[in-house]
Each structure stands twice: as C-alpha cells, then as structure tokens.
Design a protein. Structure first.
Ligand code: SF4
Length: 549
C-alpha cells in the first residue's frame, strides 16, 4: 500500500479523477473510487464514485473528504483462491441459468422494474408511468397523476434513446443495468437507477434537463436522492420569502438555471450553499423562521424517495421506520409490495416461489387481500409484518456482507441468489462450513451491530418514524404496536435498544459493556431515554490518494 500526494487532483471531478489516476499510474486496469468537490468540501450528502457504481447515501464522500483522501486505487494481480472450484462453478451455472429464465419470464402484475432482475434496469426501461405519476415532484409535494401522456412518453423515450450510447453491465454480469450517457456538448458519464428521474422531478422539468444536470452532479459527487430535494427545498423557502434575494445573489430566473446555480454553490459551500450543504434537516434548523416544516420528507434526518401514498402499509411502515440504511430500496425486496386482486394470481405467484425461507411466507401472501378484513393496514398483522421485514432486511445484510449485488438478490422478488444457495456459495468459495442458520445468525449479529452503533450515536424510538405525510391515512395505535412487535422480535427493548440477553445470545457481550460504559444502560436493563445528536465537526485535512496493489 502506498499513500501519494493528490494536491494536483484537488477540485477535479469524481469521474475525471479516476481516469487521471489511471493515467498517472499507467495502470489502465486499476479500479479507482474518488470523491468530487462535494466530498472535498464535506457536503453532508457527498458520494463516492467508482466506474459504474456510486456509494451515495449518508454522505459517505464527506468522510473521505474529511480524512483528506481524494481517491483509492486498487490493482489486483494475484489469483483468487476458490476452496471448491468445481462446486462453485456448478452453483454459478445454476444461477446463470435461473437469471436467463427470469429475464425471459417477467413477474406478471408488478411494475416494470420489479418484473425483471437488475439494479433496477432504469436505463433499459422506457415505461416510467409508475415513478412519474406515483412519486411527488418539486419539494416532494406534488403528484402529477396524468403525467404519462402519449406526448411525454414519446419525449422521454426519444431523449433516452438519443442520450444512451450503450447499456453496460458490471464485470461479468449478464444484466445491463447501467448505461453510458452522452448528452450533446457534455462528457460521457455512467448512469443507472432512479437518478434518471430525481433532478427533473424536483425541478418540474424534462429528461433532457435531468440527464444534463446529473452529469455535473456525478462529477461533483453528490447523492442523487438528497441533492435535488435540498435544492427544491431551498427554492420553496425562497418562493415563500423565508430565504431572501440577498441569500441568492445573481440567481437565474429560470428553474433549471436555479438548480445549476444552487448545485454549484452547495458543492463549494459558497454563500447559502454552505448551509444547504448540510442537508434539509440541518439547513432548516440553521435557517429557522419556520423552515423546519419545509424539511418534511426526511427519516432520521435523511431525505427520502418522494413517495406520498394513501393507505398505510404495515410492512413498509416498519421498513421506513426502523431501516438504518437510509433508503427504502436498500431494505425492501423479496415480498410483493401490494396484494394481488385475484386469488388464482396469488396461487400462481407462490407456485414457484422457492426462495422463501419458510412455507409460511407463501400463506402470508395468499391471505393478503386488497380490501376487507385481511387488507392494509391491519393485515399483514404486526407479527406477520415483522416476520416479513426480518426476512427482507436479513437478505440485504447478507448481500452487504458477502458483496452480492442487491439487483440479483435482496432487492427483488424471486431472485437468483437467496437464503438456500448463498450458504453453499460461501462454503464452496471460502471453504468454511456455512448453512442457512449460521448465515442468518451472522446477518443478525451484523444488523444488531449497526443498530448498536446508531444507538451509541443517539438514535432512539423517537427517530423511527416516516414523514408525517408519507401516507394520508395513519393509525397511531397500530403504528405503536407494529414497532413494539418488531422490537420484540429483534430482541430490543421499547426504545429499540438491543437487550443484554439478546446481545449475549449473539456473542456481543462487549456491546453491552460499551452501552454500560456510555451510560446508555445504567444497570441490568435500565435504559436512559435521552435523545442526543452528534452533529459532526468539520476539520481541515491534506489531500492524498491511496494506492493498493
Ligand atoms: S451486478 Fe447488479 S448492478 Fe451490476 S449489472 Fe449486474 S445486476 Fe446490474
């Protein structure tokens, strides 16, 4: 490992930095992760960019920036050791065969991105009716229920066809979730997933604008969920007189121009951008004058996908509240989002649903009706909803631990990687005896450790709530019961803190000791119920890049 001076790269874009480092090292095959201006300036929603991927939620790019690390380059030259190569390849062949089957057999009755596998395949799909009409535009407030007209469908299709140079995949993957995007006059960049739509929806604009601003945002290295919402939030404050003309000197008149103007200021922490760079929650606190009510689409201080729905869904309620990965797409999957109307369609769905960890999950789905007694919000019951959420998040934590793409696993219904074959991959690859129970237990330990870290940073039950207006119909008593039931299943107390007993059962006694040392647990199970917040101090740092070879 070598640490090199990167002062000459300071201020460069996250994408261009990757190429500059490859040239500097004369290693065209090296893989590089890098931050842009946003990470360097510790913007709270800065991303880390890498070739065809982006680690964006939670402002992880600001962590690199705070440590003065501009990029990390890796060049692997040694062989990969596989403990049982024949068995491993057999498993790979089975997965490949199933992927091909799933690509030819989309799941009926679900939205296009869930019908097929992938991360999701936003770059291949033109039908955006569901996203554009179900998600809210602007500062996560306005539904446009008739947006997907013939005219708009053609305009979106034409723009994507023009911009999309080619569909691309991650190394050795048969799917093509990403695309190279070349907008006239702009450098080519890589895009996948929902960022295709987030900027244009926040600005009430079109796909041409969305793909253009996303190019600049990708170079700056910012999260495509949070950034458009922060800008839309600022413009709403401006329209309502909470931010004044003095806060926005020289701001263009047109909405698109305003978006570029604020994006440029945020990543440089210039003027009002210095406050907005802290995200809507913190910016609202700093601005005051009622700005807090405008930061309305947050969970745990993080901007969320702008979904505003009608009836509370108990499974989604739990995932939104208790998820610690700050994005619903990193928790959901496996189980359908809504019941099927016809019972025979449900029967057909469960027929080849071999990925379930237990047969009872099939019955949960068969019994779920769109109307009547067994429908949302009281069905799935708190016990069943907790069981479903436990399965869904277990699969995401396993994917994270094993480095499996959620697009082929936890994010999807009927995925090729699942609880029954992942332990076999583990055993054949690492030569370590793994089974479903052990893997599930490992995921539980991981999940509990993540929770413990957040508990130590001040998270409590009070933080576990969706945006007030996420669903129109809310059920306070039921919501309390859902949280209580889920906490109990997890082995947490009524504040969502892992109990001493559950920590001991997971071999995490040291976490209990740490809770005690920090005064979170004052005795056997005595818990302090304080709400704290660590705002994070920004410190100066040198700029370097790290080279692994
Ligand atoms: S690894 Fe995942 S994101 Fe990449 S192409 Fe395959 S399914 Fe898509």
């Amino acid at each position: 490992m070598e640490i090199r001076d990167a002062s000459h790269l300071q201020g460069n874009g996250a994408v261009e930095t990757q190429e500059l480092i490859r040239q500097e090292l004369n290693e065209p095959k090296s893989q590089v992760v890098a931050i842009g201006l946003a990470g360097e300036n510790r913007v709270y929603f800065a991303s880390i960019e890498q070739g065809r991927s982006s680690a964006s939620r939670g402002g992880i790019g600001a962590v690199m920036g705070d440590k003065g690390v501009k990029a990390i380059a890796v060049r692997g030259t040694k062989d990969i050791h596989v403990a049982q190569p024949a068995q491993y390849l057999k498993l790979c062949d089975e997965v490949m065969e199933y992927i091909q089957f799933r690509e030819k057999s989309p799941i009926p009755g679900v939205i296009p991105i869930h019908a097929v596998l992938g991360s999701p395949q936003e770059m291949a799909i033109h039908d955006e009716k569901w996203h554009l009409e179900s998600f809210a535009w602007g500062n996560a407030r306005t539904r446009r229920k008739d947006f997907w007209s013939e005219y708009n469908e053609k305009a979106f299709t034409d723009t994507l066809e023009m911009a999309r140079t080619r569909l691309i995949s991650c190394y050795n993957c048969p799917l093509h979730c990403g695309a190279t995007i070349s907008m006239p006059g702009l450098p080519t960049y890589m895009m996948k997933c929902f960022t295709k739509l987030t900027y244009l929806m926040a600005a009430f604009s079109d796909l041409d604008f969305g793909l253009r601003i996303a190019q600049r945002a990708t170079e700056y290295g910012v999260d495509g969920y949070s950034t458009p919402q922060v800008i839309a939030f600022a413009l709403e404050l401006y329209d309502d007189g909470i931010l004044a003309a003095d806060d926005m000197p020289g701001m263009p008149e047109d909405t698109e121009g305003k978006f570029y103007y604020l994006l440029d200021r945020i990543v440089r922490r210039k003027g009002i951008g210095d406050i907005l760079a802290n995200g809507t929650h913190e910016a609202a606190r700093q601005i005051g004058q009622g700005a807090e009510a405008y930061a309305h689409n947050n969970i745990k201080r993080q901007e969320q996908a702008p979904l505003k729905l009608s009836m509370l869904n108990p499974v989604y309620f739990l995932m939104y509240c208790t998820g610690e990965k700050l994005n619903i797409t990193q928790i959901e999957g496996q189980f359908p989002q809504a019941p099927y109307v016809k019972y025979e369609d449900r029967e057909a769905f469960v027929k080849d649903w071999f990925q379930v960890p237990h047969e009872r999950f099939k019955q949960y789905f068969l019994d779920w009706n769109p109307r009547g007694e067994n429908s949302n919000p009281y069905y799935p019951t708190p016990e069943i909803a907790s069981d479903i959420v436990d399965w869904q998040e277990r699969m995401h934590y396993i994917d994270d631990a094993l480095g499996i793409c959620a697009g082929l696993s936890s994010f999807h219904m009927k995925p090729p990687y699942h609880i029954h074959n992942l332990p076999k991959f583990f055993s054949a690859g690492a030569g370590y005896d793994m089974d479903e129970d052990k893997l599930s237990q490992a995921a539980k330990r991981y999940r509990t450790l993540v929770r413990a870290i957040n508990i130590m940073r001040g998270m409590r039950r009070i933080d576990e709530k969706p945006p007030e207006d996420h669903w129109k119909k809310r059920f306070p008593e039921l919501e309390e019961e859902l949280l209580n039931t889920y906490y109990k299943l997890k082995g947490w107390n009524d504040q969502g803190i892992p109990t001493r007993e559950s920590l001991n059962n997971l071999g995490l006694d040291f976490v209990y000791e740490e809770f005690k040392r920090r005064g979170i647990m004052t005795d056997e199970e005595g818990i302090r119920h304080e709400e704290s917040s660590n705002e994070g101090e920004v410190v100066g740092a040198e700029c370097a890049f790290v080279l692994f070879s």
